[in-house]
Design a protein around this ligand. Structure first.
Ligand code: NDP
Length: 461
């Protein structure tokens, strides 16, 4: 049967078989880690043809090594709440791969955090960091602690307890955490304070710090701005721009806020934001004044996005819903993983969405990615599109080492340059015969080659 197949079809079948048997082994070795399996499968599909053709990668078992973390740290985080009751959480740091530089990747505080989620995030981080062109390995950490509804004192005591264990494992040349879901400026402050107290050192072991004690200009804005810069690059390949486009943004946290801000500044109309309770739809457009209100709501008052619909006139609130049923030209998922399923993707395509740019990590399910690729939508995967955050973190590390600070303009120029070069790399490795660019494949292959080559050069470790 296989012998009568056209060569191209047989080739695809061979790659599918290799991916399936690789995944079977991997799932047996790390059972139950659903998100991790999903992330690995997506990458394995892209890089398997290269591994198959390259004896050094194949015999060097690079892919097999890449899916086993260099080291995993799991620890107990005990703290006392405002009622004097002892609380116990789990703390994690997954160091996935350090072949190209010190480990770098955020900390997530959310009740959904478990080992599988952090392994997926750390795995994505390895390839993302490789794409940035900076010498950074990949890691991720966090806890199942939920800062929502906790007092300032509780959040501080939790952060101090978390860092009381983590501090002995991190450092500017070893492992440099940053923020992620549930870890913003406030948490970074408490974490760094405890790190400084215990280590007796003031150096750049954490990024995302405040500007007046070692932080970099634009770190807060970098992931959102970078995602929009990446979308601009993708749109430019079609002689399009974001100006005048209608944009749907999900989330209302750090990434969503600065994605929305940059889009508004560039002349797009942002009509949605969301949180885990639901979505607001403001068809008039969220302007900079309304966005400032959202930032105050989320970062200071710690309120719910539903309050936006009560505060501003003519706004619809869709409880328990995501934004993707609302017609838009551009979609910026900026909340969490698997927030766009196959039905959402079909709906977006049907409504004429031409560009999906991922601020969040792995927001699109495997089936939904296929919908976008088949419809020839410009699809920017998170590991490329949201790399602006870690890129500016890399610049922050560099500034800390040199005891200096670059201006806002300098950092912005560098961020734009890095997003442009990530885009070029994705095009280089993702362009297909019909000249459509599969950015997902491009990002996976470009990110993989750099790490794989470093691993081979460093021997069988
Ligand atoms: P924040 O905690 O600042 O904001 C997260 C937002 O997503 C909140 O609005 C939150 O709503 C919503 N959200 C979280 N979980 C869910 C869920 N299960 N269902 C629906 N909504 C949810 O995090 P960030 O903005 O920093 O991160 C957002 C995404 O971007 C994540 O995927 C993160 O990994 C990714 N990312 C972040 C970077 C950064 O620099 N911060 C860098 C690169 C990627 P609620 O408040 O109700 O929980």
């Amino acid at each position: 049967m296989a012998e009568s197949m056209p060569t191209a079809v047989k080739d695809v079948c061979d790659v599918d078989m290799l991916v399936n048997s690789f995944m079977e082994r991997m799932i047996t070795q790390s059972p139950g880690e659903r998100e991790f399996h999903q992330a690995v499968r997506e990458v394995a599909k892209s890089v398997m043809p290269i591994v198959r053709e390259n004896p050094a990668y194949r015999d060097g078992k690079v892919l097999e090594r890449l899916v086993v973390p260099d080291r995993v740290l799991i620890f107990r985080v005990t703290w006392v709440d405002d009622h004097g009751e002892i609380q116990v959480n789990r703390g994690y740091r997954v160091r996935m791969n350090g072949a190209i530089g010190p480990y770098k990747g955020g900390l997530r505080f959310h009740p959904s955090v478990n080992l599988g989620v952090l392994k997926f995030l750390a795995f994505e981080q390895v390839l993302k960091n490789s794409l940035t062109t900076l010498p950074l390995g990949g890691a991720k950490g966090g806890s199942d602690f939920d800062p929502k509804g906790r007092s300032e004192g509780e959040v501080m005591r939790f952060c101090q307890s978390f860092m009381s264990e983590l501090f002995r494992h991190i450092g500017p040349d070893v492992d440099v955490p940053a923020g992620d879901i549930g870890v913003g400026e406030r948490e970074i402050g408490y974490l760094f304070g405890q790190y400084r107290r215990l280590s007796n050192c003031f150096h750049g072991a954490i990024t995302g710090k405040s500007l007046n004690w070692g932080g970099s200009h634009l770190r807060l804005e970098a992931t959102g701005y970078g995602a929009v810069y990446f979308a601009q690059e993708m749109l430019a390949t079609k002689d399009e721009s974001v100006e005048g486009k209608i944009a749907a943004v999900s989330g209302a946290g750090n990434v969503a806020q600065y994605t929305a801000e940059k889009l508004i500044t560039l002349g797009a109309k942002v009509i949605t934001l969301s949180d885990s309770g639901g979505t607001i739809v403001d068809r008039e457009g969220i302007d900079l004044e309304k966005l400032t209100w959202v930032i105050e709501l989320k970062n200071k008052r710690r309120g719910r996005i539903s309050e936006y619909a009560q505060h501003f006139q003519g706004v619809e609130y869709m409880a328990g819903k995501r934004p993707w049923s609302i017609p838009c030209d551009l979609a910026f998922p900026s909340a969490t993983q698997n927030e766009i399923n196959e039905d959402d993707a079909r709906q977006l395509v049907q409504n004429g969405c031409c560009c999906v740019c991922e601020g969040s990590n792995m927001p699109t399910t495997e089936a939904a990615v296929d919908v976008f690729l088949n419809a020839r939508v410009l699809y920017g995967p998170g590991k490329a599109a949201n790399a602006g955050g870690v890129a500016v973190s890399g610049l922050e590390m560099n500034q800390n080492t040199g005891c200096m600070r670059r201006s806002r303009q300098e950092v912005d120029d560098q961020l734009r340059g890095i997003m442009r070069s990530i885009h070029e790399n994705c095009v280089k490795y993702g362009r297909q015969d019909d000249s459509f660019v599969d950015y997902s494949r491009g990002a996976n292959v470009a990110g993989f080659i750099k790490v794989a080559d470093a691993m081979l050069q460093q021997g069988a470790i």
